[in-house]
Design a protein around this ligand. Structure first.
Ligand SMILES: Nc1ncnc2c1ncn2[C@@H]1O[C@H](COP(=O)(O)OP(=O)(O)O)[C@@H](O)[C@H]1O
Ligand SMILES: [Mg+2]
Length: 461
């Protein structure tokens, strides 16, 4: 019998290795690599785009609509459409074939069923009138744990459910932005101006106080003056989803991590952690949308802190592995330290002045197992469950080939045409993300109802 060949790291010949090495790389080499990547990227991106360079969303069939979106019998659905010729009638690929609808049309049909159909069925998702949108942040300082996938799928499933969704990408890598086909020229189309405007407004008020005390004012530079003119509407872009809008990100957003601490040094009283939540409220975003989804970078920097402080619901994805469990524990440790130090810093002054003390609060904080493999990870997941209890979402988001297979045009399960997949694979993949959404929706609806009761109790007093 032949002996197994030696492992590949034995017998490397130094001369051939030296020859294969090529010339050393200098700074210009990075430029060349970056240019090659950019060219390849635009080639790939171009393949999934319409002629005008925009992404487009697939159509939805009668089967999918009545199965997943508007729960009525197909026959009833057809009868209602026939009886109401003004409603969207769909289009078929072959004479007499299945009817397909755009999501816009699905939303109009749902509004019709909601207004005319059985009151016992909740065609329209629950959203208490007069209460602000809920903000959900998906965060973990570890990369690759499924933050962006979870955030994108939540945004899409909430949109399919009929909610108006705003997605905000806080990660300068911009993955969420590419999923939604966003175009961001520079930091002026990211959340950066919202943070700058919050600081500029603080600085103006502070300068007024300084003037009253006869002190010299702090300078308001061009960036800050410019930011004072921009509101959220100037940053929000439409996506190929009719009810998902986006504030995108690109590399320059990383600049915020350097700029924010400089501002804070200049004006120590600036509550930087409030910047995003204050601006979202001030610009009416919390009235115009039902849900704001924040995707965060794999770091606990100023952007993440702002996102977490703005969040009502915090989801922390992690895989069922020792390393991810361990690092997630340290992430919570860092969260505790960071937010406690902000509270302590503020409350020293608050107590002295008899002001109300700052205490951060979230409607719900949950960890979510992602990319779960029941064959390999059941024991680990059960152990995590026993230690984390209610903090761990009971549903484990399964590993699915549907995500790996998604190309440049199709981003995730909800954008995929079910006819392109094995029925079983599709159903399982969709089921696991539907269940992730259902777990989130229970938190959302519960938190809104709690607020509704509190508002009613307050009004009754
Ligand atoms: N449920 C899943 N099944 C299969 N692959 C997944 C799943 N969730 C995420 N992935 C893959 O894991 C990788 C990391 O996911 P991503 O959402 O980008 O993580 P993060 O935003 O935390 O860095 C991506 O390649 C993504 O396609
Ligand atoms: Mg990500």
């Amino acid at each position: 019998m032949d002996r197994d060949p030696l492992p590949p790291y034995f017998g490397i010949d130094p001369d051939s290795a030296a020859q294969a090495l090529g010339t050393p790389t200098d700074t210009g080499g990075f430029d060349a690599i970056a240019r090659a990547c950019a060219a390849g990227r635009s080639d790939l991106a171009g393949r999934g785009l319409q002629e005008d360079g925009r992404r487009s969303l697939r159509l939805f069939s009668t089967w999918e609509i009545t199965r997943y979106l508007i729960p009525v019998a197909q026959a009833h659905f057809r009868r209602v459409l026939k009886a109401n010729p003004a409603l969207p009638q769909g289009r078929s690929e072959t004479a007499g074939g299945a009817k397909w609808f755009t999501l816009d049309e699905v939303l109009r049909l749902r509004a019709h069923f909601g207004a005319e159909g059985s009151k016992a069925k909740n065609y329209l998702p629950y959203r208490p009138a007069g209460l602000p949108a809920k903000v959900v942040a998906v965060a973990n300082f570890k990369g690759g744990v499924g933050k962006t996938s979870t955030a994108a799928h939540l945004a899409m499933s909430a949109a399919l459910d009929g909610y108006r969704v705003l997605v905000i990408d806080l990660d300068s890598q911009g993955s969420m932005t590419s999923i939604f086909g966003g175009r961001v020229e520079d930091e002026w189309r990211t959340v950066f101006p919202m943070l700058a405007r919050h600081y500029a407004a603080y600085l103006r008020a502070e300068n007024q106080r300084r003037a009253d005390r006869g002190e010299t004012p702090l300078p308001l530079d061009d960036t800050l003056t410019e930011a004072l003119k921009l509101d959220a509407a100037a940053l929000i872009q439409k996506t190929h989803w009719p009810n998902i809008d986006l504030i995108g990100a690109q590399l320059n957003l990383y600049w915020a991590e350097f700029q924010v601490p400089v501002w804070r040094m200049q004006a120590r009283g600036w509550p930087l952690w409030d910047a995003l939540s204050d601006r979202l409220a001030a610009d009416g975003v919390l009235e115009d949308y039902d849900i704001v989804v924040l995707d965060t970078p794999p770091a606990l920097g100023y952007l993440t802190i702002n996102g977490l402080a703005a969040a009502d619901i915090l989801l922390v994805p992690l895989g069922a592995s020792f390393l991810e469990f361990d690092s997630t524990g340290r992430f919570f440790d860092m969260l505790a330290t960071t937010f406690r130090s902000i509270e302590e810093g503020e409350n020293l002054a608050a107590r002295a002045l008899g002001r109300e003390e700052l205490a951060f609060q979230w409607d719900a904080v949950r960890t979510v197992v992602t990319r779960y493999d029941p064959v390999q990870q059941a024991e680990m997941a059960a152990l995590m469950q026993s230690y984390l209890g209610d903090v761990l979402c009971p549903h484990r988001q399964g590993f699915t080939a549907l995500i790996g297979q998604a190309g440049e045009q199709v981003q995730g399960i909800y954008e995929a045409d079910y006819r392109d997949f094995n029925r079983e694979t599709y159903a399982r993949g969709r089921e696991t993300f539907d269940a992730t959404y259902a777990a989130f929706k229970a938190l959302l609806v519960g938190a809104w109802r709690r607020d509704e009761r509190a508002a009613a109790a307050e009004a009754a007093q």
